[in-house]
Design a protein. Structure first.
Length: 301
């Protein structure tokens, strides 16, 4: 079967794009290599989505999927291995099948780089976070840690310092990659403590994260630091390499596409965290999905 639109990725951007295309009475195939929902399913409490004060990430993803299923989306859990132009649109190859459509939206998302230490997977969404803006409010008046040495890590520490009693900024080196102006602000913030030449070796707790086991790389000393949360700011990995022949990537591997979500190829669009942008939030992903779908619908006319 040939579809009007194929969407690659069933995170918030992809599901929102499907919603708008389906409401425009287009046939939509939504492809996802893993479970739907993207990064929001890692959060046990989402409080930054307008109109919904407090919702579990899984429940929000389920609600999004149920809405588009009611409208007739075709959802298939298969990994997309490539997309190629045809005379009538695009051919999308997965690990199992080949599909065709008149237009394609790439909403491939990102995966966060992880520390890969014992306890990390156990406490995902239970003290381990990758987004200070999303989850910082849960740790008001508590001690937290930020791991990383770039701009994102220092910005996260500065943001959290407004909410938390103590913020430990943990970096494996003495020097930081972050801009000097950001570093000076952090150094002049009384409740930010720098722990350099230090790495996380283990995460501990009972129902939630309660402490980090740290190692000083110079002295080799191990010790335990009590924190209610840890924010990992060591980078993200865009899932875009398979599509590099079609869409230009920037130096970090993101689609080099602006806020219009339109690529240079007719009928090919991108949406969500996979594209070049300053802010990556649930609401910006939904916004991208809306824009990409409306552009696709206009193209299909």
């Amino acid at each position: 079967m040939k579809y009007d639109l194929i969407i690659v990725g069933a995170g918030p951007a992809g599901m929102t794009a499907a919603l708008y295309a389906l409401r425009a009475e287009k046939s939509v195939l939504l492809l996802e290599r893993e479970g739907y929902g993207g990064q929001i399913v890692l959060s046990d409490c989402v409080q930054n989505y307008p109109g919904i004060p407090d919702v579990n990430g899984y429940d929000l993803a389920d609600a999004m999927m149920e809405q588009i299923r009611t409208l007739g989306v075709t959802y298939v859990q298969q990994a997309v291995t490539g997309v190629e132009p045809t005379t009538e649109g695009y051919r999308v190859q997965t690990s199992k099948e080949t599909y065709e459509s008149r237009a394609v939206i790439l909403a491939t998302g990102v995966t966060h780089r992880k520390l890969a230490v014992p306890g990390e997977e156990t406490y995902l969404g239970k003290g381990v976070s990758f987004c200070a803006v999303c989850d910082g409010a849960f740790f008001r008046k508590k001690a937290v840690a930020v791991v990383g040495g770039g701009n994102t890590a220092v910005q996260d520490a500065l943001y959290l310092a407004q909410l938390c009693d103590t913020v430990y900024l943990i970096h494996r080196r003495e020097g930081f990659r972050a801009e000097e102006t950001l570093l000076e602000r952090a150094k002049n913030t009384p409740n930010i403590q720098f722990l350099t030449n230090t790495v996380v070796r283990e995460m501990r707790g009972e129902m939630r994260l309660q402490s980090l086991v740290l190692e000083n790389l110079q002295s080799k000393e191990l010790w335990e630091l009590a924190v209610a949360g840890v924010f990992e700011a060591i980078g993200s990995i865009p899932q875009n390499q398979s599509f590099a022949p079609l869409v230009e990537l920037d130096a970090d591997g993101y689609f080099a596409v602006d806020g219009s979500c339109c690529t240079l190829r007719p009928g090919l669009f991108v949406a969500g965290d996979c594209r070049q942008k300053q802010v990556r939030q649930l609401t910006t992903a939904v916004s991208d999905g809306t824009l990409a779908a409306l552009e696709a619908v206009e193209y299909l006319k």
